[in-house]
Design a protein around this ligand. Structure first.
Ligand SMILES: [Zn+2]
Length: 91
């Protein structure tokens, strides 16, 4: 019998992914943060998702040079930066 990634986890994958940015920003209160950490220890696909988003945020905030990001992420970051410039009101 094949087990899916979310089976047996307290928090469903969709909920974990919905909270990814709050979690990465340390804005998530307990016990949700602990539940997410617990979910990540058992769910490989969410771990990959979180790793991707964490790198995305780090590059956006210039903590990590864009060259260190994977190619697929670089495209997404460039798109996000372009959208940001376009949507941001002039200072
Ligand atoms: Zn998951």
């Amino acid at each position: 019998m094949q087990r899916s990634g979310s089976e047996g986890a307290v928090v469903p994958c969709v909920e974990v992914r919905r909270l990814v940015f709050e979690f990465l920003d340390d804005e998530l209160a307990q016990p949700q943060a602990a539940l997410i950490v617990e979910h990540l220890t058992v769910c490989g696909s969410c771990t990959a998702y979180f790793t991707f988003e964490r790198t995305f945020l780090a590059v956006l905030r210039r903590r990590v040079p864009i060259e260190q990001a994977p190619a697929e992420l670089r495209d997404r970051i460039r798109t996000a930066l372009t959208d940001r410039k376009r949507s941001r009101p002039p200072d």
